[in-house]
Design a protein around this ligand. Structure first.
Ligand code: ARG
Length: 569
């Protein structure tokens, strides 16, 4: 598609008094394939030319009537658009060659060279189990991380662990008062969570506990050794548990800069805020009024001197800019924190940081796991680890049944099981709430990772059986792909770069995920109607080239969602 865009933009640029790069930015993919394959919208020219867009489209059409395109064969005006139709033979050849030569880099670009993008994602809270609540941040954040990296940006994954705050005062009090070592050793994270829940129950009868907790948190903030020792221990035990999940998911962070990382910087931040004159003291607490900006006030410091979540986020944002000079800074955090980020960005703006516009909150809805085979034991959070293992187990059963002779069932089960959870999340528009349904997520013919992975494995199997080598450099390679199914499949494959780009721009891996379903669907339609191994030699070669390109597109696309594409399953 890129080459077609280049050709069309070079052609149009002088006629519309724009630079070719500006034309490229305007080009769109028409919503309906029968409108054409590439559209040039004439809206933005209307002002300059002082004419209605449909008239401009009509005039351009007249001018181009006698032009001969390389990758396009006709241009047709449709309302305010001038639509181009591809020349199938040349276009197929171009697309298949590009995929072939780029291989696993097809769809990757050097757009962001030398630019840093920080992605704050996953960020669970220490001493609380890694619940399914954090799965969305982990999965969406990781995919955005991979997508931006594919576009040439230097991506920096930051795990903003919830490792500071009054809850640590509560934990210390609970552990010191009624906790015990052996329970802690046995199942650290669940035990710490239990202590926390018990604390909240007890505090209703013994309000003194709250004062004690505040006292211990103050000790912690003042660097008291005993308090710090407890805190360190709780933190490490939790981290060990999270590591298991990240290993399973193949995720690594550049930094585990939790909230505590910013403690040293808080005084300076508060000083800055005061110097700028945007804060006021109120009964000993430090507040910033945001009413003129339509937002509730922010508290930076409580009257007992304790700092808050947002104080640490302010310090973190400034630190990130000073350290990384980011081109973008993303926060992949649930929609319930939308107000928090509006306040954070507003305060940064009031502090005069013009880079605030480069920060974005990437919100998402809730995920709920349908009951059925996952048990929610009383008072226990559903753990992500259990969800993932459960999914792998179910995938194992399905594979066992579908393909009992498969040699490496274990890695296929992992790929399919983890893929089901990831794709079940990523294929939905992130802002919507999801009800995760196991049967649906693992359906091999539904809109699932398994369906896409299965198409991939099927292609691998055809390629293994073939005696012909695919040769893309053959003069006539691709020229026999003329059926509607073949051309549609080629056109679909040509869209991968656009989809990756759109996913990045909109912070929506769902765009890429939905696209991969289209690819798998178009492949299956093609394969249903067009034999590959049983066709005549030259046609066979072209079709092998087509399916091996399809395989490449699926593999590249899934990789950016963090999903594996096994060769056999
Ligand atoms: N730990 C927080 C939570 O679980 C998420 C942190 C998100 N990142 C941030 N910079 N605030 O709610």
């Amino acid at each position: 598609m890129q080459k077609l865009k280049d050709e069309v933009s070079r052609l149009l640029a002088p006629r519309v008094s724009l630079e070719p790069a500006e034309v490229i930015n305007l080009l769109e993919i028409p919503p309906e394939p029968n409108y054409g394959d590439l559209a040039f919208p004439c809206f933005s020219l209307a002002k300059i030319k002082k004419k209605a867009p449909p008239i401009i489209a009509e005039e351009l059409y007249e001018e181009l009537r006698n032009e001969e395109g390389l990758l396009w064969e006709k241009a047709v005006p449709r309302g305010p658009y001038l639509n181009f139709f591809i020349a199938p033979e040349a276009f197929s050849r171009e697309v298949l060659q590009e995929i072939w030569t780029s291989g696993d880099k097809y769809g990757h670009y050097n757009l962001g060279k030398g630019q840093n993008v920080t992605i704050d994602y996953s960020s669970p809270n220490i001493a609380k189990p890694f619940g399914v609540g954090h799965i969305r941040s982990t999965v969406i954040g990781h995919s955005l991380y991979l997508i931006y990296r594919a576009l040439g940006y230097n991506t920096i994954g930051i795990n903003h662990l919830g490792d500071w705050g009054t809850q640590f005062g509560k934990l210390i009090v609970a552990y010191k008062s009624w906790g015990n070592e052996s329970d802690l050793k046995e199942d650290p994270v669940n035990y710490l969570y239990k202590l926390y829940v018990q604390f909240h129950k007890l505090v209703e009868e013994k309000p003194d506990l709250d004062d004690e907790a505040r006292y211990w948190f103050r000790k912690l903030e003042n660097g008291d050794k005993e308090a710090l020792d407890y805190w360190n221990r709780f933190r490490q035990l939790s981290m060990d548990n999270y590591e298991l999940i990240y290993d399973l998911l193949g995720i690594e962070f550049e930094y585990y800069h939790g909230e505590s990382h910013y403690n040293q910087m808080l005084d300076e931040v508060i000083e800055l805020v005061q110097k700028k004159g945007i804060a006021r003291e109120s009964e000993g607490a430090l507040m910033i009024d945001l009413e003129p900006h339509g937002l509730p006030p922010v508290m930076l410091r409580k009257k007992d001197g304790a700092t808050l979540y947002i104080t640490r986020d302010l310090a973190a944002a400034i630190y990130r800019y000073e350290t990384f000079k980011f081109a973008r800074s993303l926060y992949v955090v649930g929609a319930e924190q939308t107000l928090h980020f509006q306040q954070l960005f507003k305060v940064l703006e009031l502090l005069g940081f013009e880079w605030t516009s480069k920060c974005a909150h990437v919100p998402f809805g809730l995920i709920r796991f349908k009951e059925g085979r996952m048990s929610t034991r009383e008072g226990k959070i559903i753990l992500l680890e259990e969800v993932l293992n459960r999914s792998i187990e179910m995938a194992r059963e399905i594979i066992e049944e579908k393909n009992p002779d498969l040699a490496d069932k274990e890695s296929a089960a992992r790929a399919v099981g983890l893929g089901a959870v990831r794709f079940g999340d990523l294929s939905n528009d992130r802002i919507k709430n999801i009800e995760f349904d196991w049967e649906k997520a693992l359906d091999f013919s539904g809109e699932t990772a398994a369906y896409i992975q299965y198409s991939h494995a099927r292609i691998c199997s055809i390629l293994r059986k073939s005696d012909k080598k695919v040769n893309v450099w053959d003069e006539s390679a691709g020229s026999l792909l003329v059926t509607e199914e073949e051309i549609t499949l080629v056109k679909t494959l040509a869209l991968l770069p656009d989809k990756i780009f759109a996913s990045a721009e909109n912070y929506r891996p769902s765009i890429l995920a939905r696209y991969l379903i289209d690819v798998a669907r178009e492949f299956n339609r093609f394969y249903h109607n067009c034999p590959v191994l049983d066709s005549e030699d030259n046609l066979k070669k072209d079709r092998l080239l087509l399916i091996s390109s399809t395989r490449q597109v699926i593999a590249n696309g899934l990789a950016l969602l963090g999903i594996e594409a096994p060769d056999k399953m």
